[in-house]
Design a protein around this ligand. Sequence first.
Ligand SMILES: Cc1ncc(COP(=O)(O)O)c(C=O)c1O
Length: 398
Amino acid sequence: MSTATANKVFSERIGRIEVSATLAITAAALKLKSEGVKLSDFGAGEPHFATPRHIKNAAIEAIEKNFTRYTNVAGVPEVRRAVVDRHACDFGSNYAPDECVFTTGGKLALFNAIQVLVDHGDEVILPVPYWVSFKDIIQYAGGTPVYVESREDENFRVTAKMIEAAITPRTKAIVLNTPSNPSGAVVSPEDLESIVRLAHKLGIYVLLDECYVYLNFTGKIVSGGSFTDCKEHVVVLGSLSKTYAMTGWRAGFALGPKPIIAAMSKLQSQSTSNTASMVQQASIAALNQSQECVAEMRSDYIKLRDQVLAGFKTIPGLTCTVPQGAFYVYPNVSAFIGKGGVTSASDLAAKLLSEAHVVVVPGEAFGTAEHIRLSYAVSGDVIDEGVKRMREYFAKLG
Ligand SMILES: Cc1ncc(COP(=O)(O)O)c(C=O)c1O
């Protein structure tokens, strides 16, 4: 082995990505918590609800019945059938079970889809603000994110026109996340259809992160998979994490053209293999049994969103778009940057934590410099206390 090779520890590709930007703030928050500080925690992007009882029971039963062995890499036929049936029922799609791979969380579905589609030099269109992992996953594959800025005064709306303007001969894929983490913006059904049709015409892949698809508050819920005549160029990336309060279970899926799903399964066969077998059984229960829990959680999120927005109205200088889905608010904090020694949104997030004991995620993680993200998947009491602390802290900044 040559000295140069021996001295080189890390691959070039691991240097292309960063540690999740939320990690520093999470570590600081954990430290304060361990010292006994009571935090108003709006950091975590996960439901505060418990996983519904019937889903837990299905996993317990699977374990008791020793359903604890390896399964097919892409998931047992029943779980893939449950995914495609639920999707067909809710969105009018027509996927077959072999157009579905069940994955260890929605993030892995996204990761694998990008790994099998994106090569060095390929461009991937990514609307801003974006969920933090998109950029890194694209870069890890060697692709170049091409950012499309949405406008705050248009509620961070992403339109077909904006996407079209960013297409070049090197565009391989478009990543869309609707409802969006972090802004809660929803791509209108008309724009979604135009984007999917345009991409299909041009031979570009639309990677639709539909992790929050059931947390759409507009009443008009569509999926990229609804446009069945374009399915050759659509990959739907789904997750049970937020829909069924199952973040820790790691259950997600992709729906797409058979060759893409086969390539993703091949990649999965050389990494995680199948999703935990009892998690597959719990997921079958989640997808096949009553969906009442989903509707209940959605109506609670709408109430919590309205509560946090009403609270923000009591904070002079803070402005916020009205999210149409997911469970995040993305207020603009530019009025406070430059005051009281605050130099940036990141600095503000650090000071909100150390001085007001409020956990938020700075906008830099999502590609914008003047915002902070709060998850309102918390109790109403946490919202009231957190908003009070923010109001007092911002008032002190003058
Ligand atoms: C936009 C988006 N996509 C995907 C995921 C991943 O979800 P999971 O891997 O838990 O299914 C998240 C989680 O926060 C998300 O916000």
